[in-house]
Design a protein around this ligand. Sequence first.
Ligand SMILES: *Cc1c(COP(=O)(O)O)cnc(C)c1O
Length: 374
Amino acid sequence: MKVPLLDLKRQYKYLKNDILPGLNELMEAQTFILGEPLGRFERAIGDYFETEYALGVASGTDALILALDQAGVKPGDEVITTPFTFFATAGAITRLGAVPVFVDINPSTYNMDVNLLAEKITPKTKAILPVHLFGQSADMDFIMKVALEHDLQVIEDACQAIGATYKGNKVGTIGDFGAFSFFPSKNLGGFGDGGMITVKDYDNYTRLKAMRMHGETKKYSHDFVGYNSRLDSLQAFVLEKKLKYLNNWHEMRRDHAQKYNTAFKERGLDEFLTAPYESSVNYHIYNQYTIRTKQRDDLKAFLDEQGIGNAIYYPIPLHLQKCFEHLGYKNGDLPDAEAACLEVLSLPVFPELTSEEQEAVICALESFFKGNRK
Ligand SMILES: *Cc1c(COP(=O)(O)O)cnc(C)c1O
């Protein structure tokens, strides 16, 4: 049995009748930029997050760039972040002329190791950019404490973690800014690119609102130079429709994760692989279900051969990317991130995954680890 890593067609089939009539109206109206659907979606997101100001932007990457800009990050400033994340995290910092300072990860959660944070702070440090990787919150209490002590801004990269919580609080609402992505493969995905910034402070909110419109405060009146970065009506419309299902989808993903965890224990596979660790203070939304094993490359080849969807997030840590060569990092500098890159493998966990498919994934792992390939 072939099992896809992600199959968005199943979700669409389910939502089609809910989405298509409204899309048709939108096509008839031919109003695509900002407008009513965006306002409606931003209010719905505001309700979902409670009390937060939310602004739709063109992508998760832009959400990071605009938030860092509004946080006052300037050329030459340093921003502390993790090397084990999607490229955009460090790309956004670099886009503003600032310098990403990479701190190693906690090998269990794959998030920033907060115990190494303080030693990275210099007079140039302006902000901390934690990532809630795979859908699980970073250790936010500690990060906020360090930020407060050193007067640093905190921008949460919550692109993989919309609706995940830390001690009951939704991620993206704990720091000064939260950045979200609606890239189709995220837990809440649009019909194309999209993103969102959540922000605590009202003045930051109003300035960001102008920033996404070329810094326009009144029609044709520009107090500063901004960006062209808006969530278009079509995406806003689709996302508002999907938002109703989001919590349910999270629960389905969590069920799949539980099933994997239990099966690995029952069938003795936990001897060969490490299942994801979920901290008791977190609500993990499993944008990815990521195992680790020393036999990762062989396992990947085996699963590929069997038609079992899988992917390596991420094969190269950011501090060793060619574009960051000038920062002077070398192999061995951030050992836990480097080891994770060699050992992680993500398995199918999308909500619509059937139990037969999940069983096929588990059986494939079983025959790899316990069959004649041992
Ligand atoms: C997806 C993602 C982004 C970027 O989002 P885009 O919408 O693709 O620009 C940034 N950071 C992380 C951790 C992501 O997973």
